[in-house]
Structures are given as C-alpha cells and as structure tokens.
Design a protein around this ligand. Sequence first.
Ligand SMILES: CC(C)(COP(=O)(O)OP(=O)(O)OC[C@H]1O[C@@H](n2cnc3c(N)ncnc32)[C@H](O)[C@@H]1OP(=O)(O)O)[C@@H](O)C(=O)NCCC(=O)NCCS
Length: 187
Amino acid sequence: MRTSPLKANAHIVALRPATLDDVPAIEALIARSARTLAIKHYTQEQIEAALLGAWGVDTELIDDGTYFVGEASGSLVLCGGWSRRETRFGGDAYANRRSRLLDPTQEAARIRAFFVDPRWARLGLGSGLLARCEAEARAAGFGTAELVATLPGQRLYAKNGYHGSQRVSYALPGALAIDFVPMRRSL
Ligand SMILES: CC(C)(COP(=O)(O)OP(=O)(O)OC[C@H]1O[C@@H](n2cnc3c(N)ncnc32)[C@H](O)[C@@H]1OP(=O)(O)O)[C@@H](O)C(=O)NCCC(=O)NCCS
C-alpha cells in the first residue's frame, strides 16, 4: 500500500506504511487509545500491564511493510496492520512471538494491533483500515483472516463480518490476566 487517503467524516486521513522512525509516536498513540477507549472494559491495572507488551508495536510487521499509520494535521490518529507470520498479537516486548511465515493456502492471515486516537473514534477509520488490510491479505493469497480482539475491538470486528465470541484469558505481568476474543472470517 502506498500513501492513500481514508475518509473520516469530513476529514481526510493519509494512510501509509509505518517506518521504524514512527515507533515512538505509534507507542504513544497505542497508550492514549487504550487508556481512553478500553477503560470501559478493563481495569486501569490491566491496561497498564497490557501496554508493557501485549499491546505494542511489532517491528517485524513494519519490516514486512504490512503495518500502517494514518496521519491528520501532522499527528498519528490510527495504526494497525496485517501479518503473514504466525504471531497472533503482541509487540516486540511480548514473549509469545513466532516469526514463521504462514502458508496462505492452509492458514489464516493475522489482523494486528488496531488503535485509533480517542478524538477520532467512531468515524470509520478502524473499518477503513481493516478493509485495506483484508484486501492486501487476499491479494497475497489468503482465504481467511483471524485476530485476537480486545473487548472494545470485538464490536468493530463483529460489524465487519468476523465470528467468535469465546473469551480467552491471557496472562499479563504482575500476576494479572486479561480477556481477549479470538475471531475469524473468510476473505
Ligand atoms: C476498536 C477500535 C480500533 C475501533 O476503531 P474505530 O475507528 O472507532 O471503528 P469504526 O469507526 O470503524 O467503527 C465501526 C463499528 O464498530 C463498532 N464499534 C466501534 N467502536 C465501538 C464502541 N466503542 N462501542 C460500540 N460499538 C463500537 C460500531 O458498530 C461501529 O459502527 P458505528 O459507529 O457506525 O456504530 C478503537 O475503538 C480503538 O482503538 N480501541 C482501543 C484499542 C483497541 O481495543 N483496539 C483493538 C485491538 S484488537
């Protein structure tokens, strides 16, 4: 994907592949998104513990060219991507990561780490980026996409054709745990 626009009401958000130089700004976006938009579903302690690794930038996706950022007025307002690798979620600091390339004819592409700036929520940015990621995964030969949704993310994905409602508990630092929901759809 080269630079391309996404519409959010009357605003245009410029979407482009993320670079390693974007990492500090992406980490800041992930933190402000999670702290505001996830607080109805998780405790503050769970959010801060998830920000230590479960929610973060996976630079392998940036190297692969499959992680994207949306910019408006010089700030990042959106990030997210897809992956042809086995890791299901987690930034570089997260332990359970697997770089193995998936077989598109047998396995599902991963949808990864969508975060929207709270001031830009519910404007269609998440859905717009999701459609772009799915189109790229389809073009790469994948017939299915899967993801591990947060509880706030579950509604976005359900609205966009993903199935799955079984909550799974994942361990977080500090002897905490957090519920996510594995979901998938055919492309
Ligand atoms: C989940 C998230 C990425 C959604 O991004 P978004 O740009 O606001 O999503 P969209 O505007 O495309 O929403 C599409 C639909 O999803 C559903 N949806 C999204 N956020 C919702 C919310 N907070 N409450 C209820 N429904 C919601 C709605 O059906 C919405 O359509 P509508 O606004 O026409 O009713 C964003 O809320 C976010 O960054 N959350 C915090 C981080 C997070 O949990 N990320 C998901 C990781 S799996």
